[in-house]
Design a protein around this ligand. Structure first.
Ligand SMILES: *Cc1c(COP(=O)(O)O)cnc(C)c1O
Length: 391
């Protein structure tokens, strides 16, 4: 060994092993590219890329995205049928991003009463604080005209709604909003890009909690916002200004999970329909809520606008009150007790519709048992529900 190779070189340590391009074919999956700094060949190139990066997707700094996240952005854009997509650390952050990118103090937003509950917290924590006004619209979309004011800038929908799956006529609402110059945003987490396409039905902005079906494996949280070309610049500028980006490892996990979305959704649907049918015939069950059931109030709209149902359904027991529902939930063995959904596993949680809605009145009892039907055998899940309901 020469003296040269034995000597420790801090410079060599930094410059060696940077992962030169391998010769040969291409890998199936995009590489996980971890980066903060991006290096430029010359000042001229650096200036040119920085000049163009506000309108084009150019790799210039980790906080503005990375190649792994770009690959996922393109996949979500494809699923949603949009112009471009921005990724955000969580689904809730994606909703906050939309509110802040499109609204300013003095503006008014109309929000579906059927929204995912933390959106109400977002209203108090953010909209109240910034002087942005809001009203809640019935989950079926009725009464929109009475809520519109000259300052209304955004109509924010979630269709179907959380826990009770209220459906609204998105094309009709979007047409009325468009006529008044109001943007329409829809939370499409339920549809996951596969079962519903809000942008194709007239929305300008579609939001997906990638945490749920897109990733599908309960191991990552992420949100995505996809827009039309006209709505894009405001979102893009706000996301860059606020330094909103996701890491390549998380983007890789979502990409990896998303590859099997088209295979998973029909399995979730088949399981949910089998469980819904069984529950509908159970003497202790007062009502099963799932838009794919003919008795659901939104069923006709679901048939018109959706391409199937997912693994979600809720039911109400005939015995009013919390205690009976708690006993059933605690008696389940295969269903995990926990929030969120969209992974491969079955979950259960309780919800109080009396507290989850601001303008909609629900018949008693208000306690719902919400199930997410995973990829287990439906017969085993039904047997589990059977023993928990008989106990
Ligand atoms: C879970 C959920 C979100 C939030 O997603 P997180 O990644 O958990 O923040 C948003 N909207 C709907 C409808 C959801 O179910």
């Amino acid at each position: 060994m020469t003296r040269e190779t034995r000597r420790f070189s801090a410079t060599r340590l930094i410059h060696a092993g940077r992962g030169a391009e391998a010769e040969g074919g291409r890998p199936v999956n995009p590489p996980v590219v971890r980066l903060s700094t991006v290096l430029f060949d010359s000042v001229a190139q650096m200036r040119d890329l920085r000049r163009r990066r506000d309108s084009e997707r150019l790799l210039t700094y980790g906080a503005r995205g990375n190649p792994t996240a770009y690959a996922l952005e393109d996949l979500v854009t494809e699923l949603e049928g949009g112009y471009r997509t921005r990724l955000v650390p969580t689904g809730l952050a994606a909703i906050a991003q939309v509110f802040l990118a499109y609204l300013r103090p003095g503006d008014h937003v109309i929000i579906a009463d059927s929204v995912y509950e933390p959106v109400r917290q977002l209203c108090h924590a953010v909209l109240d604080r910034y002087g942005i006004l809001y009203d809640f619209l019935a989950g079926d979309g009725s009464g929109l005209e009475e809520l519109i004011r000259p300052e209304t800038r955004l109509l924010y929908l979630e269709c179907p709604g959380s826990f009770a799956y209220e459906l609204c006529d998105l094309p009709a609402l979007a047409a009325r909003a468009r006529a008044r110059g109001i943007l329409v945003a829809a939370d499409n987490t339920w549809g996951a890009g596969g079962l519903y396409r809000p942008l194709g039905l007239g929305a300008d902005i579609s939001i997906v909690a990638a945490t749920k079906y897109l990733s599908g494996h309960s191991d990552v949280v992420m949100g995505a916002v996809t827009t039309t070309e006209a709505a894009w610049p405001a979102l893009h500028a706000f996301s860059d200004a606020t330094g909103s980006a996701v890491g390549p490892d998380d983007a890789y996990l979502v990409l990896r999970g998303a590859r099997s979305l088209a295979a998973r959704l029909p399995m979730h649907q088949a399981g949910a329909l089998a469980v819904a049918e069984w529950l509908s015939g159970h003497p202790r069950v007062a009502e099963v809520l799932c838009p794919a059931l003919p008795q659901h109030p939104g069923h006709a709209l679901w048939k018109r606008d959706f391409h199937g149902t997912n693994g979600l359904l809720s039911f109400r027991l005939r015995d009013a009150g919390d205690a009976a529902a708690v006993r059933v939930v605690d008696g389940l063995r295969l269903f995990g007790l926990g929030a969120s959904w969209g992974g491969f596993e079955s979950l259960v949680t309780l919800a109080d519709l009396g507290r989850l809605r601001a303008v909609t009145r629900w018949p008693e009892p208000h306690i719902l048992i919400r199930l997410h039907i995973g990829l287990e055998s439906p017969a085993d899940l039904i047997a589990d529900l059977d023993q928990a309901l008989s106990a």
